[in-house]
Design a protein around this ligand. Structure first.
Ligand code: UDP
Length: 339
């Protein structure tokens, strides 16, 4: 299949590109390179030649309809995977316009262009933030979606749009609600590189490496056993694998429709537990200081991923937090060495 990967040069997107190539598909990357990296594409393409696959890279922005028209005019596509959106909860509270505009207009444009090109399969990068502060954990997909931030609201709205487009446009779509994607490709080459970095595991490891000031722990007065927030960390390669399975699932669907799946490990770890795991893996202390709560952070987000396991056949390859951190540690410590 030829699969358009919007945001294919980013952290999760580049793992996806590699995964598609491994599975024998041709990725058509569409990226404005605002947060993506050329090196990530070069790395993701490494196995392509041996498989006689020629990946395509199209430079463009989902907010520019002409760029999207050009993408689909020049490239036949069977499916679209949409990774290109901002995804920082706290930033969305401060800059809601940026998030509503980017997520809603970007997705509407992409859906319109895909529809015009008669592409009827769409996989959307959704988020645990659609649940807001859930009443119970682990969270199942039928728990009420009551987002508490602009990022969560806008992403949930795109899910609702996808649901409506099944009827109106014959769209077959899946939303994968990621919990906390983390880790790096165990063979090296692909990993996380955000500027500024806001995610916990990279920040813990960078604090150990002395690349940043001591880790700030955002709040220790949450209603959790140790007072710090609990999250569900899921290996980035397993997130990419879920998309591949979602693609197979959409191929097997005779009728238009929309489904949402949680993508998480089903286990929750507090910030202090993540630090302890990092200390186990690296054998080094994490320098840290307690700081104020960050805006928009719910106390606990832990997935039930049973639906993805049953329906998609998803079976995480690296389910253990220590192993996920080990892959990330290899990535960050290697990059810390002078080349
Ligand atoms: N966190 C923290 N210090 C950091 C980064 C994150 O204490 O430098 C906390 C954050 O408040 C949240 C958890 O770690 O409770 C996971 O945050 P992250 O940004 O990695 O992912 P999110 O859950 O926001 O998607």
């Amino acid at each position: 299949m030829r699969v358009v990967v919007c945001g294919g040069a980013g952290y999760i997107g580049s793992h996806m590109v590699r995964k598609l190539i491994e599975a024998g598909h041709t990725p058509v990357i569409f990226d404005n390179m605002s947060t993506g990296h050329q090196w990530a594409l070069a790395e993701a393409f490494k196995g392509a030649e041996a498989k006689n696959i020629q990946p395509v890279v199209v430079s463009g922005d989902v907010l520019n309809m002409a760029d999207l028209e050009n993408l689909f005019e020049k490239n036949q596509a069977d499916a679209v995977m949409h990774f290109s959106a901002r995804s920082l909860v706290s930033e969305s509270v401060q800059k809601p316009d940026l998030y509503y505009h980017g997520i809603l207009v970007g997705s509407l444009n992409l859906l319109a262009a895909a529809n015009r090109a008669r592409v009827d399969k769409f996989i959307f990068s959704s988020t645990a933030a659609v649940y807001g502060t859930p009443d119970q954990t682990p969270i199942e997909e039928n728990c009420p979606a009551r987002p508490i931030t602009p990022y969560g609201h806008a992403t949930r709205m795109v899910e609702m749009i996808l649901e409506d487009y099944a009827q109106a446009q014959g769209l077959k779509s899946v939303a994968l609600r990621y919990f906390n994607a983390a880790g790096a490709d165990p063979d090296g080459g692909l990993g996380e590189d955000h500027t500024p970095e806001t995610h916990l595991i990279p920040n813990v490891l960078k604090a150990i490496l002395g690349q940043t000031p001591p880790l700030e722990i955002f709040g220790n007065d949450y209603p959790t056993p140790d007072g710090t927030c609990i999250r569900d960390y899921v290996y980035v390669g397993d997130v990419a694998q879920a998309h591949l399975l979602a693609l197979n699932y959409l191929n097997s669907q005779p009728e238009p429709g929309f489904s949402a799946f949680n993508i998480g490990s089903g286990k929750g770890f507090s910030v202090l537990e993540v630090m302890a795991a990092a200390e186990r893996v690296t054998g080094q202390w994490v320098p840290y200081a307690f700081a104020h709560r960050r805006q928009g952070d719910p106390p606990v987000l832990v997935a039930s991923a049973e639906k993805a396991k049953k329906t998609l056949g998803w079976n995480p390859e690296i389910p253990s937090l220590d192993e996920i951190i080990r892959t990330a540690w290899r990535w960050f410590s290697r990059r810390a060495q002078p080349s």
